[in-house]
Structure formats: C-alpha cells, structure tokens
Write a protein that binds this ligand. Structure first.
Ligand SMILES: NC(=O)c1ccc[n+]([C@@H]2O[C@H](COP(=O)([O-])OP(=O)(O)OC[C@H]3O[C@@H](n4cnc5c(N)ncnc54)[C@H](OP(=O)(O)O)[C@@H]3O)[C@@H](O)[C@H]2O)c1
Length: 395
C-alpha cells in the first residue's frame, strides 16, 4: 500500500468505504463486509469511511476494525435527521456524534464529515458544533461532504476544514472544475469517492447489464442512456491502456484519480476480497506523464461528445408527447444532467426533485407529466440555445 502525508497525517492512498453495506449496490449481507474491511486493514489500508445513514455501516465498520483501532482512521458523516431531512443544527450534530461514537465503538471519530446541505442552519452554527466536538475530544478533524461548491466555499471560509469529499473518476470529473479549485486555494485536500465509477470502470459492466431492485444504479444517470455508453467507452480506453502496464481497467481508473492534484485518498467500496485486492493495485505505480496527458485528452473529447448527446437527449425527453419506457428514471436523468452540465443551479432543480422523489415506488403518470411540462417550460429554451452553440462550435 502506498501512503500520502497530509497535514502531518500519514494516510493510505486508497481508502475503503461502507456505502454498499446499506444495500446501495444491491442487497448484501452486512457481515460480508467485515471480512473485506479486515483484509483491507491487513493489507495496509488506514483510511475507512462510513456514515450514520449507510444502514448498519457504522456498526459493521466498528466491529471489523476493533482489532486494528490504533492503526486506522475512521471517518463518518452527519447531516440527515430521522425523517431523512437534512439537519446540521448544533443540537443534531452533537447528538448524532454521540450516537456514531457508540455505534462505531470508539472513543473518538478521526474525521467527522458534513454529509448533506441543510439550508435552514447557518454554516457558522454547524462549524461551532464541530469545533465544540473537537475541543471535547469526540472528533479529531472535520470535513465537508459532497455539497454544492457555494456551500463548500462557505464552510472553507468559516471553519478549519480538513478535507472535502468529491465524486471523482474518469466518468465523473465535474469536481475538478467546481470544488477542487476552491479547496486548492485554501490548501484543503480532496477525498475522492466512487473512484471505480460505481463499478462502471471495472470491465464488469456492459451495455445491457441490469441491476437488481434497490440498487441505486437503476436510477443513477451514470448508468442511463448516452452516459452509460460514454462510460463504457472510457472503461474500454482504460482497459487498452492497462494492457500496456499489466494492469486491469479499474487499476488504471484508480491510478488516474490518484494522479489528480489535491487528492489525498481514493475511496472504493467493494463487497468482495477479490474486488478489494484488485482495487488496491491501483496504487503503488503511476501512469507515465505522456499516457496521462493522452488519457486526459481522450476524456476531454469524450466529455464534449457526451455533452452534445445529452443536450439532445434532454430536449427529446422534455419535448416528447409520450412518457417513454422509464419516465421516472428519465426525469431523474434530466434533473441531474441539467446540474452536471451547469445549465441549472442545484437550488433551481431541488423543488422538482422534492416533487419527484416521493413518486419512486409507484409513480403517478399525471404527476410525472406535470413535472415534465414544468421543466419543459423552464429549460427547453436553454437547451435549444445550448444545442445551437454546439452546432456553431462544430462548423
Ligand atoms: N457513492 C456515494 O454517493 C458516496 C458519497 C460519499 C462518500 N462515499 C464513500 O466512498 C466510498 C466509495 O464509494 P463507492 O462505494 O461508490 O465506490 P466504488 O468502489 O466506485 O463503487 C462500488 C461498486 O463498484 C463495484 N466494484 C468495486 N470494485 C470492483 C471491482 N474490482 N470489480 C467489480 N466491481 C467492483 C462494487 O461491486 P461489489 O459490491 O461486487 O464489490 C460496487 O457495486 C463509499 O463506500 C462511501 O464510504 C460514497
């Protein structure tokens, strides 16, 4: 295992996380992760991540790492209340920390991260609570989760933030444009998550791979439409590059993440020892500068192509007279893609998300049609303007 020293702390370049324990990637026996987490610690991983909302993720991590406690970092997260609504109030942060400490079976949390944005609580109240917990010895450091760049900037300006969590892989590079520059300006490191592209860059996923009910990839835009096709082209590029180094596609994917400036640690969440061991082979070697530059060029070109295809797709979904085969997933795709392509602010799409999300179990066609009509009214002209700009670039 390779290590990186950041703010005087020596951390393994690859960290292991527990998102899957709660069933995010399909139902699993939580105990399956105990062996994976212990094997990771035996192989030198020192950074482990979980959250209060990853099902039994805190209990499982605490149980697995008890024999290794003096040599590992345990990171967890706070920010959702019992009802699922974001809550970063002082009272909630302090009470949740107490519960996480108990579930993890530790005296102190090494890194406590703000998981969700709570627009009703001022950032200085949340930071005050985190400072209080640090002074009381309940946490060592605090960090921010994958919040909007504007919110990350507010936390960075208000508190002594240790790190920022960002989704980062060859198929999700937005954080390099949005959050990374803010962090770099303040000397704050990035903890990258979903570095295998949630499995997309492993070579195990194809155009027709289906996911079981409950697996977030049934709705995740990365696995839909043009985005899936693009992700598979990226995976294939990494496969070809890996062949020259004797590395698998996912090892190239992780090496690419570790080569990005500001990244302290690349987090992966395998549920088997075989996947864990493969992924740990993403550190301890580097891509040559020329290969890295060529890969970045490929990713830039791919991203530009995908942008054009997605603008066309969004227009087609919003203009369509019929709801299509996957009307709910398509609306999730539209909302997330509008933000991803920076055609809408997150705050602009949140009301539509709040209306949409309760429909996921049993969608009402009239409600979905209403959401689609409202989005058409608001965003169609933006999309048409964007399509014209792309055409202008192509002539
Ligand atoms: N995802 C988020 O939204 C999020 C947000 C904040 C923090 N985090 C933290 O970051 C950690 C890492 O993110 P992640 O869990 O999304 O990471 P990830 O490793 O990119 O995704 C996990 C998925 O990829 C598959 N996978 C991983 N390695 C594989 C391999 N070598 N071959 C085949 N399939 C492979 C896993 O399958 P198997 O189960 O079959 O191994 C699982 O379905 C999380 O566990 C969590 O602690 C995540």
């Amino acid at each position: 295992m390779a290590y990186r020293t950041y703010r005087g702390e020596r951390l393994s370049k690859i960290g292991v996380g527990c998102y899957g324990v709660g069933g995010a990637y399909g139902e699993k026996d939580p105990q399956q992760y105990v062996g994976v987490l212990r094997r990771a610690a035996e192989l030198g991983v020192t950074f482990f991540d979980t959250a209060d909302v990853y099902g039994p993720g805190e209990e499982v991590l605490g149980q697995a790492l008890a024999p290794f406690r003096d040599r590992v970092w345990i990171a967890t997260k706070v920010g959702a209340s019992e009802s699922g609504k974001p809550d970063c109030s002082r009272a909630h942060v302090v009470a949740s920390c107490e519960q996480s400490v108990r579930r993890l079976g530790v005296e102190r949390i090494d890194l406590y991260q703000i998981h969700f944005d709570d627009p009703c609580t001022p950032v200085d109240e949340t930071v005050g609570a985190l400072e209080e917990l640090a002074a009381a010895g309940k946490i060592r450091y605090y960090g921010v989760g994958h919040l909007s760049p504007a919110r990350v900037a507010e936390y960075l300006a208000t508190g002594n933030v240790f790190s920022a969590l960002v989704e980062l892989s060859g198929v999700a590079r937005g954080a390099l444009r949005r959050t990374a520059p803010l962090c770099r300006a303040r000397g704050v490191g990035l903890i990258a998550f979903s570095v295998t592209g949630r499995g997309m860059l492993t070579g195990q996923i194809g155009p027709d791979t289906a996911f079981e009910p409950g697996d977030i990839r049934r709705l995740d835009p990365l696995f839909q439409r043009a985005r899936r096709a693009s992700g598979l082209r990226v995976a294939d590029e990494m496969r070809q590059l890996g062949e020259r180094y004797g590395k698998s596609p996912v090892q190239v994917a992780i090496a690419w993440v570790l080569a990005q400036p500001g990244v302290i640690c690349a987090l992966t969440g395998p549920s088997t020892v075989a996947h864990l061991e493969e992924n740990l082979g993403g550190s301890g070697w580097t891509l040559d500068a020329d290969d890295l530059a060529a890969l970045d060029h490929f990713l830039d070109t791919e991203e530009e192509r995908l942008r054009r295809e997605q603008v066309d797709e969004l227009r087609a979904i919003l203009q369509s007279k019929t709801p299509g085969e996957q009307p709910f997933a398509d609306l999730v795709y539209v909302l997330e893609t509008l933000v991803e392509l920076e055609l809408a602010e997150e705050t602009e799409v949140i009301p539509a998300f709040q209306q949409l999300w309760p429909q996921r179990a049993d969608p009402d066609p009239a409600t979905l049609a209403g959401i689609r009509a409202a989005l058409r009214e608001r965003f169609l002209s933006t999309l048409e303007g964007t399509a014209c700009q792309s055409l202008a670039c192509n002539v």
